[in-house]
Design a protein around this ligand. Structure first.
Ligand SMILES: [Zn+2]
Length: 273
């Protein structure tokens, strides 16, 4: 089944991952900018990173027929450094014209601090000034509910934000309703060992339905798999769900959400079809 993975940190994966993803039906990925595993000390490093996301990765994906799109930002964790935040925000606007950049992300909260909020608000303003889609990271574990609530409130405080143009990832059972009820799109980010299992994800689809819902793999440098979406497809089939319903979650919904950016396309880079 064709699918779109809306949250892949391909910079931390090998070319073999692209091949396996293509073989299992992946037609497009979107890659949010994220934390590198250490706090970066200079905006120049972000320049290199953004060049990588807008040049090297789309070319690497294209070899397997996969379209690659990117979201740019300084991630929530590094928002503690106010000086660096401003420098990186100033760096972003010219990159928004790159053919594969579709929005600002993944932004939001990590520990819900004052400085993180300042950084988050600046990124929302940047997205609104340049008419960009937004991808949100919500904190893990004990900060999940509180962090998601602060995220929703911060987005709603800017009257320019249209919730239909915002995807809130890392949703869980106790946060998805709040996300969907406020008009946002919800993303379930799947992990093989920690955070969110396939069984819980299918439970959530059964409980909340498929409207404005996407699933994705994260596939970063931590415990994760680039094939989480095809595993989700298999789990949905095992639980008796029809292919039409599964296709809505893994293909039609992401295409509807991402298609709000005119640059987004699922056209195969090898066949042109
Ligand atoms: Zn991520």
């Amino acid at each position: 089944m064709d699918y779109v993975d809306t949250h892949c940190h391909m910079v931390s994966r090998t070319t073999d991952d692209y091949e396996q993803m293509a073989l299992t039906g992946c037609v497009a990925v979107t890659e949010p900018a994220f934390w590198a595993g250490y706090d970066r000390v200079s905006a120049d490093v972000f320049k290199d990173y953004f060049n990588h996301l807008t040049d090297f990765e789309p070319k690497r994906a294209a070899q397997f027929g996969i379209r690659h799109f990117a979201w740019l930002c300084l991630n929530p964790k590094e928002g503690e450094d106010a000086g660096l935040t401003q420098e990186v925000i100033d760096l972003i606007p010219p990159y928004l014209d790159a053919p594969n950049v579709i929005g600002i992300g993944e932004i939001g909260f990590n520990r819900v601090t004052r400085k993180e909020r300042d950084s988050f608000e600046k990124h929302i303003a940047l997205a609104m000034e340049h008419d960009q889609l937004i991808l949100i990271h919500t904190p893990h574990l004990e900060d999940k509910y509180k962090g998601t609530r602060h995220t929703v409130e911060t987005l709603q405080a800017d009257s320019r934000v249209n919730p239909a143009r915002v995807l809130i990832d890392h949703a869980e059972e106790h946060t998805l309703e709040m996300i969907l009820d406020n008009g946002f799109w919800g993303g379930i980010t799947l992990y093989p060992k920690t955070k969110m299992s396939l069984g819980r994800a299918v439970d959530m689809v059964e409980r909340f339905g498929c409207d404005r819902l996407c699933v994705n793999s994260a596939c970063d440098w931590g415990p994760s798999t680039s094939l989480a979406v095809p595993h989700f497809i298999m789990e949905m089939r095992r639980r008796g769900h029809a292919d039409a319903e599964i296709r809505r979650v893994v293909y039609e919904n992401p295409v509807s959400f991402l298609g709000q950016c005119p640059k987004f396309s699922v056209e195969n880079t090898l066949t042109g079809g």
